[in-house]
Write a protein that binds this ligand. Sequence first.
Ligand code: SAM
Ligand code: ZN
Length: 394
Amino acid sequence: MTELGFPVEIVEEGSIKVYVPKRGEVLPSCLPVFFNPVMELNRDLAVLALQAQQKIVGRKVIVCEPMTGCGVRGVRFAVEVKGVGRVFLNDIREEAARLAKFNVKENNVAGKVSIENLDANLFLSMYAAPRKRFDYVDVDPFGSPAPYLDSAIRALRDGGLLALTATDMAPLCGVHPRACVRKYGGKPLRTEYCHELAVRLLAGCLVTVAAKHDVGVRIVFCHSTDHYLRVYAVASYSAQKADSGLKEMGYVLHCFRCFHRETVKGLWSMPKLECPECHSKLSVAGPLWLGKIFDKEFCSRMKKELAGKRLGQTRRVHKLLSLAENEVDAPPTYYVIDKMCDKFGLPVPSLKNVINQLETANYHGSPTHFHTRGIKTTAPSEVMKKALIETTKK
Ligand SMILES: C[S@@+](CC[C@H](N)C(=O)[O-])C[C@H]1O[C@@H](n2cnc3c(N)ncnc32)[C@H](O)[C@@H]1O
Ligand SMILES: [Zn+2]
């Protein structure tokens, strides 16, 4: 394929075929144009979320992917999602824009997909005016989406859906806390539930950025998978909703000694840093989002869409959506039973048995998509410990 200037190969994903740079031994980020097949699940879920949103809106939707790489995501939106009016793609790399244009033509969607070669913030700002804005913006960068949040919010219509990918898990999970504070304005914590804290730090950052523009956001879906996380949020042009969102901001306090954790709502709260269970000093994460991270209706709509779509990752998608539906009303944070059993010198029981044991102590427990050995429950750590001891006795 000499016209592209680099060797390519064909990849099938969803119901399309795209040309991607020929992969040898090199990492996806070292290719002339980025393509990561591992992100298929991320794109499958994005197709379902966009279709769910299109049905909620009930008319043709205008879609934007400001960092498109080879264009696979945008082309999939154009081909696989019903009711998509136009798709606006962009990438700062000339080779990427060229390859995306080629893939658009090859998939016969040139009539509704356009491609630009600009910086994402500049590109999004060009569509920040009334009647130019998008119904769906998908920000899928290398690393953090934080530098693009302002422009993405400004380019989103009232009621529009914003999807964000973050791959900078080291800052978000507390390996590089200063980088997390810089990017997201909140302190992370290296706890066993750091992936949920990561989602809540990104969501919190989005809520505060959107509030500056008098926009409130509702988090409708999120997932933490492999080396990245995704947050989906619906924007509402309303200062009042922005204010209510800020009220859902706060802190998670964690005891590294006894696994106690609690949440404190309010940006200006001065939490007491003594563990009520073992009197050790508590560690703080935040400010971060303490509100809901799933919307029940949105999750079931996504699941319903799964039936009508041809996806490569159907089984994983189904499992993830079912877990998400179940944890809609669960409290923030989860216990990881392996970690607790390790600390207390217990054999690791089955997740189901521990959940049953919690029920006998009148606490509800549910699995979480965040961790295969995680349990979400309102039970205090002491009750969790007892449940583990009782379960392992049986
Ligand atoms: C993770 S890749 C995108 C992958 C693509 N969304 C997909 O699903 O396959 C990130 C892309 O962002 C582009 N990029 C990086 N910085 C950018 C910027 N400031 N403006 C626009 N594009 C940018 C890179 O060239 C790269 O193609
Ligand atoms: Zn404690």
